[in-house]
Design a protein around this ligand. Structure first.
Ligand code: ZN
Length: 646
């Protein structure tokens, strides 16, 4: 990976007479790292089991609050949806499985009583989402509902009386898994419940959830411990989510090395070995089965110090981002990698870029960024956030998409509120509950402003708070205002994105003579005092994103935003219920004529409306807008472009 580039700041070290240094004000405090950070603060003492610590870390989520903007709108839609889910309905299949009477109305979709994944959302993603939303917004009512679900699931676990087993389906599913008989993905489901319990402990302090998780881990240890290494490797042929990651996190929380050993039983040799040797053998693999395994490798690197795990994670990230991702940052087609590296032009369909893959690639990016704060990682994170995550939750009711179709002429489809509960409903519920968690990172002496999202940060160890005022991406930049109890020296690093076209920064109204190159951090080191204001201007420009294997198939981007052609409106019936739009119902999108010397000239901005564009010189009028703003219309992201030379 390219190294972190910083502006030479020789002319910008403050020469103020204030002599208070940051390190004199705040004792160096070692924070444990994500995702255990909140539990450590709650205990008021430092316990770090990491052998390889993050160089930069996120803030505890309760110290960052979102301001008005598209992220808050997405979070509020998510909150509304989570509030619509009553505990009794969530618990129904768990209770039936444990022999506890339940007359609640069963959910449908992947939570239906006959679905083999039942419980993954109701006792898993739901708890994670509630915990994360509590951490990022302080929603006490949701926490109460989460606590009630944990307490009732603990009863189910007791009544099941099977060594800590907890699920909404019978333990017989695991016999089928062991015997390699047909079964969907029992460990995948158990992982969601385990992760939900850990999130409830870490983010809300629910001790009972940690007890439930430890009992589940004991059962997992017993089940996996009874299998030979070879037998376990065969079991790993069935999707198992992030079992390795959650068990590693359980070790990080408790210090019980047994959990770390169980976590490593989920290392799939056949998948890890080629990655460790820097060979892309991803073709043919189911994408969202495998990204969580790499997240587990990242976590195991941190907890064991074994650099092979780090190598696996970094090579994988580079390969997926550079060879297997579309303009949105999304990856997968029909849930798989179907081609050799860099072959994407024929991989446009109604089933591209499953949402869970975006969720998990963002999660993986955070680990890599923690190890080494490279702006390229946050450029990618921003690409996914603004093009794939915003715009795949329905702002009206909080329902989620499954795929984000990138074949032209289709539309977005959303699950019905109580009859979907897809994997992507689950990861979506979590995603929009934690949109504030990556905006800022820090180390002992510096702050990283990664994302331009209206928000407020509290940093009590520095006696400092920071307000970010921005209407980004409608506004091409941001303003940061410092509040400090007393002046504090530190470095504020601003991400200068890959897409910017020049730019400048002003501190207290004075423009700095230097700037930083795209895809780097601009470091501002001085003594900061209350009222100090940073104004960052990041001009956006149009640029094309051609397919790596066919430059005549192109997407158009403006700054970080994928622009989509906006076509006919679809009905509500067409919007709801299915994983993807009907493949046969495609609107024929016109081909584009562009100039070889100026390939973006066919798109021109609307002088009156921000982020609205019009095609020029084409046979049909076309309006373009950011993909994330399109909800109920057919759209086109990739265009067939015929180039003319003049
Ligand atoms: Zn999914």
């Amino acid at each position: 990976m390219p190294s972190l580039r910083k502006l030479s700041r020789r002319s910008f070290i403050a020469s103020s007479a204030v002599t208070v240094a940051g390190s004199a004000l705040t004792p160096k405090r070692l924070f444990a790292q994500d995702p255990v950070v909140d539990s450590i603060l709650k205990d008021g003492k430092v316990v770090s089991r990491e052998k390889a610590s993050w160089k930069v870390r996120p803030f505890p989520m309760k110290q960052v609050r979102l301001g008005d903007g598209p992220c808050t709108a997405a979070m509020e839609a998510d909150r509304k949806y989570l509030h619509s889910l009553p505990a009794d309905r969530l618990l129904h299949t768990f209770r039936i499985n444990a022999g506890i009477p339940s007359s609640a109305q069963a959910f449908g979709g992947w939570e239906a009583p006959d679905c083999e994944l039942r419980g993954h959302y109701a006792g898993g993603h739901y708890l994670s989402a509630v915990a994360l939303l509590y951490a990022s917004s302080g929603d006490e009512d949701l926490k109460k509902n989460g606590d009630a679900v944990v307490a009732e699931l603990a009863k189910c676990q007791t009544d099941l009386n099977n060594g800590g087993y907890l699920s909404a389906f019978p333990i017989e599913f695991f016999d089928r898994l062991r015997n390699r008989d047909r079964v969907w993905a029992p460990f995948y489901t158990v992982h969601k419940i385990l992760a939900g319990m850990l999130d409830m402990y870490v983010h809300t302090g629910n001790e009972q959830a940690l007890e439930v998780a430890q009992k589940m881990a004991a059962w997992t240890g017993s089940y996996t411990g009874s299998l030979s290494y070879e037998h376990m490797q065969r079991v790993l042929g069935t999707e198992y989510g992030g079992m390795g990651e959650s068990l590693a996190n359980l070790y990080a929380i408790t210090g019980k090395e047994y959990y770390l050993a169980i976590a490593q039983r989920f290392d799939k040799k056949q998948f890890f070995d080629p990655l460790a040797a820097h060979r892309d053998e991803l073709k043919g693999l189911h994408v969202n089965t495998h990204i969580p395994q790499v997240i587990a490798a990242a976590r195991l690197y941190e907890l064991t110090g074994d650099v092979r795990y780090r190598d696996i994670a970094e090579y994988f990230w580079d390969e997926v981002v550079s060879e297997r991702s579309y303009c949105t940052g999304g990856t997968s087609n029909h849930e798989s990698w179907n081609t050799d590296p860099g072959k994407l032009a024929a991989e446009l369909s109604t089933n591209t870029t499953e949402d869970c893959c975006a969720y998990n690639m963002m999660k993986l990016s955070r680990h890599l960024f923690g190890w080494k704060p490279d702006a390229r990682l946050m450029d990618y994170y921003e690409r996914l956030l603004f093009n794939h995550r915003l715009g795949t939750i329905n702002p009206e009711d909080g329902t989620m998409m499954y795929y984000l179709p990138l074949a032209s002429g289709y539309w977005k489809t959303f699950g019905k509120p109580f009859d979907a509960f897809w994997c992507c409903t689950g990861t979506g519920s979590e995603e929009y509950a934690k949109l504030a968690d990556t905006i800022y990172f820090h180390d002992d002496d510096s702050l990283y402003v990664n994302l331009y999202v209206a928000s407020h940060l509290e940093w009590p160890e520095k006696g400092l708070s920071l307000r970010q005022d921005t209407n980004f991406p409608e506004q091409q930049g941001t303003t940061l205002v410092v509040s400090a109890k007393s002046p504090v020296q530190m470095e504020i690093n601003l991400r200068i994105p890959y897409w910017t076209n020049g730019g400048n920064v002003k501190v207290n109204g004075a423009e700095l003579s230097a700037f930083s190159s795209p895809s780097s951090y601009l470091a501002l080191n001085r003594v900061w005092k209350s009222g100090d204001k940073i104004e960052l201007h990041l001009p956006m420009r149009l640029h094309t994103h051609p397919m790596p294997d066919d430059s005549t198939v192109q997407a158009m981007m403006y700054g970080p935003l994928v622009l989509a052609g906006r076509f006919d409106r679809v009905s509500k019936e067409m919007m709801y219920g299915d994983y993807e739009p009907k493949p046969t119902d495609q609107y024929k999108v016109p081909e584009i004529v562009a100039e070889a010397a100026n390939p973006t000239a066919w798109v021109q901005s609307d002088p009156k409306q921000p982020l609205v564009f019009h095609a020029a010189g084409q046979s049909d009028p076309i309006t373009l807008a950011p993909l994330y703003t399109i909800l109920q219309e057919r759209y086109a992201v990739y265009w067939k472009v015929n180039t003319k030379t003049t």
